[in-house]
Design a protein around this ligand. Structure first.
Ligand code: GLU
Length: 428
């Protein structure tokens, strides 16, 4: 999303160049991997409830498909930009590669605010998006999924439109579908749970007991909520969550020193993840505007909302008690802030590693959909735990061996795997 002075694509390319240098990649490989292979920008005419047609702008960007069909979410956001989608498509390539699943990277978006659209208008928009891109996505080309402000109902409308166009059952065209119609058990929990499986492993490496750990979380969407759920189940305490307040156009954090009660907060949250401020205050939460979630005296921070959250302007507001930051959002820490955190010896588990649980489970969903045979929730979550645990330890070991930060080690593994796939195919 457009934010003054911040460009996610520039950041993604800078991160890539740095690791390309460390890996001594040749120039041809760099030329291939530093930009998306294909981009689609299109207009979507949508019939609105008042009878008029409104034109929306949509994107699908396919960064690289050497390791398998492209994979990645579709975001609905009023400030969506092509550059943000490019960055996110690139991060999807690395994300799939670092957890070693046979998929490439893509991302989609529509410039819109779903808060302003009725159910029917949202359905028309989803179907319109598919009509524009149907020939360039599909189970063997590119498989979309939910992301910021899109959900399982949106995915189902998209699947239905695709199947109408091609006249067949293709449930593997999209993931994040409702369980009743081709979705996977465990998919809603997957990103948040995957994050906490990894956190559990990281804390073990640091000889810290998760049951005594405290955390402050940014966000209260799907990722944040399930991360909080499992962290609390493991015995940890979440003192604060935060969310955007549409009415006041600012973020609020909701703090309770003895730990939030997830269930009571969920009850007072709307379907876009916004907590009712008045009701929260009545339940004893301190509601503060801005970046208060950064300042609490906790062991762990989880930026689980949007990109560009921890910057050089606010990185020094982080309490000195914080020893570990695990990134549920994509791109929440700017490179300058990352440097400051490294100097302070704060361990940062980077986004495309930490939040890969969503796409891992999407991959499981696609496998199940293509086979038309579905697994139990225990099986899905067990396989997810194995993938996340294995990926974490590979990155941790490499970081230790090469004496580099976790982000660089994760990039090294991911970029090497993608470069190798391109080489095997004879592309470079
Ligand atoms: N939107 C999620 C992500 O950024 C999931 C993508 C997917 O499941 O394909 O990782």
């Amino acid at each position: 999303m457009a934010q003054k002075g911040f460009n996610a694509y520039t950041m993604a390319q800078e991160q890539f160049e740095k690791v390309a240098e460390q890996l001594e990649l040749d120039q041809t490989t760099r030329n291939l991997l530093r930009v998306p292979m294909r981009e689609y920008h299109f207009l979507i005419p949508v019939r609105m409830d008042d009878g008029n047609i409104k034109i929306f702008k949509g994107f699908r960007i396919q960064h690289n498909d050497a390791k398998g069909p492209c994979k990645g979410g579709i975001r609905f956001h009023p400030q969506e930009t092509a550059d943000t989608v490019r960055a996110l498509a690139m991060w999807m390539t690395w994300k799939c590669a670092v957890v070693d699943i046979p998929l490439g990277g893509g991302k989609g978006g529509v410039i819109c605010d779903p808060h302003d659209l009725s159910e029917r208008e949202q359905e028309n928009l989803c179907r319109g998006w598919v009509r524009q891109i149907a020939r360039d996505i599909g189970p063997v080309r590119d498989i979309p999924a939910p992301d910021v402000m899109t959900n399982s109902q949106h995915m189902l409308w998209m699947m239905d439109e695709y199947q109408t166009i091609f006249g067949g059952q293709y449930p593997g065209v999209i993931t994040g579908k409702p369980v009743e119609l081709g979705g996977s058990l465990g998919r809603p929990e997957a990103t948040g749970y995957g994050l906490v499986y990894m956190l559990r492993e990281a804390l073990k490496e640091r000889d810290t007991d998760i049951a005594n750990a405290t955390a402050s979380i940014e966000g209260f969407g799907n990722v944040a909520r399930y991360a909080a759920e499992l962290f609390i189940e493991y015995g940890g305490t979440v003192v604060s969550v935060s969310c955007w307040d549409q009415k006041d156009s600012c973020a609020y954090s909701y703090y309770k020193g003895k730990g939030i009660d997830l269930e009571e907060l969920v009850k007072i949250t709307d379907r876009f993840g916004a907590i009712d401020k008045k009701k929260a205050e009545n339940l004893g939460y301190e509601c503060r505007p801005g970046k208060d979630w950064l300042k609490h005296e906790v062991d762990i921070l989880m930026p689980n909302a949007l990109e560009n959250s921890i910057t050089k302007e606010n990185v020094n507001d982080i309490n000195s008690s914080v020893k570990l930051i695990i990134c549920g959002a994509n791109g929440p820490i700017t490179p300058e802030a990352d440097d400051v955190l490294e100097k302070k010896e704060v361990v940062v588990i980077p986004d495309f590693l930490a939040n890969a649980g969503g796409v891992v489970c999407s991959y499981f969903e696609q496998v199940q959909s293509n086979q038309n045979y579905y697994w139990s929730k225990e099986e899905v979550l067990g396989k997810l735990d194995d993938k996340m645990t294995d990926a974490f330890h590979k990155v941790w070991e490499l970081a230790k061996r090469k004496k580099v930060r976790l982000r660089d080690a994760a990039y090294m593994i991911a970029i090497s795997r993608v470069a190798e796939a391109c080489k095997l195919r004879g592309w470079i």
